[in-house]
Design a protein around this ligand. Structure first.
Ligand SMILES: NC(=O)c1ccc[n+]([C@@H]2O[C@H](COP(=O)([O-])OP(=O)(O)OC[C@H]3O[C@@H](n4cnc5c(N)ncnc54)[C@H](O)[C@@H]3O)[C@@H](O)[C@H]2O)c1
Length: 387
């Protein structure tokens, strides 16, 4: 029996995926697995029995990743689970920026008591006219979970799509429509595109990626969409460019005092993933990740340990060893197992930064004595007998 706790409300459609082997407990100190959304975990005491934390969402800055790693706690997140929710809002942003839908709605509200509003509207509507997105050039910067969905959907909307991502994953490349034109110099996107949307992670290398120089290359009719992170854009420069009429609109999902109310800015309150479906998808993915780790020892979508997947165990036993990513660990494991007359049937060892994970299938049961010997190796953080 495994025990888990939820540090925030987690969608029932996900929790329903726990089998009878799992029991929900109220207190973290009794749990082997924890599901979390935004609860701050930095100051929590992490119990020794806690094996896994799954964040139902992408960002993990509420979780002490290194502290967890040092205690042998694997932290998971759910990348891509909310990608469709964000994609759909990107198209809403594109339409809001292309046509003055907000101005039109405001006009209707301001004239709600006018009995002749229908007639007046026919005269006023030219003030809110805009352009269509079909046939326009869309530049997508970052072709990951969200960028690929945006690019593919834009192709179906009749847009001419340009994609830029020097680090695109094989998986994303497989999923990308063949109609998306590959751009190797991001400046071509700034210069050529009518609408530009950014979908990269916030890193030192991407901070203020869309800066004053980039904005200066854009067409005066350009629309920039930012549903990734506000710090990716030099928003002071953006607001200045909008005020000077050097570009048309900036749509952001990250309200702050620079952009809210500034001329040409359309700002939403971080609504990208705020859909019932996104929350369900995150919960489903988080529970699946926890189950695969608890039952099979597989790590998929961890942020503090490497991914490592050997499927279900078909041999007599399986052990998982979380350890420091230093040399000489594997030879020590095989010596201990060999001395105990335990044959290794299959094995994977993966490293990520300072930490590593070895998953070992063996042909005979692993004794407590062997486990204690493995635990005693300098650099070993946790040893689990999974089967
Ligand atoms: N608005 C919201 O509510 C919301 C919700 C989820 C995610 N996000 C944000 O959306 C962004 C994208 O998320 P995702 O799930 O698609 O991430 P992802 O990791 O799946 O994809 C990011 C892509 O950016 C690429 N990339 C990295 N550096 C790049 C660079 N310098 N130039 C071009 N491409 C680069 C990577 O190769 C990767 O393909 C992130 O910033 C994330 O925080 C926002």
């Amino acid at each position: 029996m495994y025990q888990y706790t939820c540090l925030n409300p987690i969608a029932g459609v996900g929790l329903d995926l726990f089998s009878d082997e799992y029991k929900k407990v109220d207190d973290l100190k009794d749990a082997q697995a924890a599901l979390v959304r935004s609860a701050a975990m930095h100051d929590l005491d992490l119990p020794d029995d806690l094996l896994a934390v799954a964040r139902a969402g992408a960002g993990v800055n509420n979780i002490p990743l290194d502290k967890c790693a040092e205690k042998g706690i694997v932290v998971f997140n759910t990348p891509g689970a909310n990608a469709n929710g964000v994609k759909e809002l990107v198209f809403a942003g594109m339409l809001y920026a292309s046509r003055d839908i907000v101005g039109g709605i405001d006009w209707c509200l301001a004239n709600q008591s006018d009995e002749n509003i229908a007639k007046t509207a026919e005269k006023q509507k030219k003030n809110f006219a805009g352009t269509e997105i079909s046939g326009k050039k869309l530049g997508v910067i970052g072709l990951g979970a969200i960028g690929v969905l945006v690019a593919n959907a834009a192709v179906h909307m009749g847009m001419d799509v340009y994609g830029y991502d020097p680090y695109i994953s094989v998986n994303a490349a497989w999923n990308l429509s063949r109609s998306v034109k590959h751009i190797s110099n991001v400046e071509d996107i700034y210069k050529e595109c009518d609408i530009i949307t950014i979908h990269v992670p916030l890193l030192d290398s991407t901070k203020k990626m869309i800066n004053a120089d980039a904005i200066a290359m854009m067409k005066p009719t350009a629309i920039v969409l930012n549903f990734a992170r506000d710090l990716l854009v030099d928003e002071e420069a953006m607001v200045d460019a909008l005020a000077a009429g050097k570009i048309k609109k900036y749509v952001s999902d990250f309200p702050n005092t620079t952009t809210v109310g500034a001329k040409g800015c359309i700002v939403t309150p971080h609504l990208g993933a705020s859909t019932a479906e996104s929350e369900d998808n995150c919960a489903i993915m988080a529970v699946r990740e926890i189950r695969d780790y608890m039952e099979n020892g597989n790590i998929v979508h961890s942020v503090n340990f490497p991914d490592c997947n050997m499927g279900a165990c078909l041999t007599a036993g399986r052990i998982g060893i979380l350890h420091k990513n230093v040399k000489g660990m594997i030879s020590q494991y095989s010596t201990i197992l060999g001395d105990a007359d335990i044959n290794v049937a299959d094995m994977t060892n993966k490293g990520k930064g300072d930490y590593a994970y070895a998953l070992i299938d063996v042909d005979s049961p692993v004794t407590e004595e062997v486990v204690n010997q493995l635990k005693a190796i300098d650099g070993v953080l946790r040893v689990r007998v999974i089967k």
